[in-house]
Design a protein around this ligand. Sequence first.
Ligand code: PLP
Length: 344
Amino acid sequence: MIINLRSDTQTLPTEAMLRAMVSAPLGDDVLGEDPTVRKLEDMAARMLGKEAGLLVVSGTMGNLVSLMAHSNRGDEVILDPDSHIFYHEAGSMAAIAGLMPMPVKSCDGMLDPDAVAAAIRKPNVHYPIPRILCLENTHNRSGGRVVPLDLHRELCAVAHDRGLKVHLDGARIFNAQVAAGIPAYEWAREADSVMFCLSKGLSCPIGSIVVGDADFIERARRYRKQIGGGMRQAGIIAACGIVALETMIDRLAEDHTNARLLAQGLADIKGFKVDPGKVETNMVYVDHCATGLSTEEVLLRLECQGVLASGSPPSRIRFVTHRHIDRAIVDEAVRRIKRAMETS
Ligand SMILES: Cc1ncc(COP(=O)(O)O)c(C=O)c1O
């Protein structure tokens, strides 16, 4: 059996989702006539305390249409160079939206409000217009860490005081909710827009949602169409999303417990550096520098033992727990990874 710890995107739809797909009422969503999509969009907006929602194909598309709906071409976006938008979205903010990134480095996913304030430049004919602050919660490249609500509020206030909009990449905002015991709408309240993913720990096969005020969502809907994201009988996707929001959020706690167990097991492996105390949600990053192996070599060794993980060269490997990884599989994964790293 292959143990797939590459990402929570590996999750398959549940039986209830498959049943819901078959019986969902459908219509043409580009014309606003799919009742299942409308139900999901309204439900998501209500859960996050916003006026309106928009179903999009992916988290990347959700982030892109959000940035487009908040800005004009040539505007500046303040964001962490370790954020997904900057690092992992194929440069879409520049290539498609014509936006200028102003990177402000976070420390372990935590942006410094003073550094953000300093990066927001005063109007000057030489500068792009600073328009958006992007935040990410949970923060993927820092190991799925939860950005505390107090810090989030402070960062939003810095942006708003200077006339910027705040977009929250909340791909895993419900992991933050479950880990911190704070409803996702508390983070959403401070932001002008939020994107979250249905297709990660919530187990849907496809889809993300953007929420914000009604005008913003209308603009985002138009940009979604412009970049080819208008879908027709998208109710078959939305039906899974409704099941996910109704039944799949609380179980994320299991993924978090399993990630901590995994981290504890991996911490005993020679050459691996991992701090189980920093595992707050469903991700475990291991620094393998002391093994003397390249990231590709470590990944290959794991694969030979039937364990899949993802690499973040030069010296980090990421393991992500999800619905298909239970405690027994975590124990087996630790045994296999030990074996992989002990073989010379
Ligand atoms: C923090 C974050 N934002 C956005 C995305 C993009 O989602 P998608 O893969 O659906 O485009 C991801 C995907 O892993 C992510 O981790």
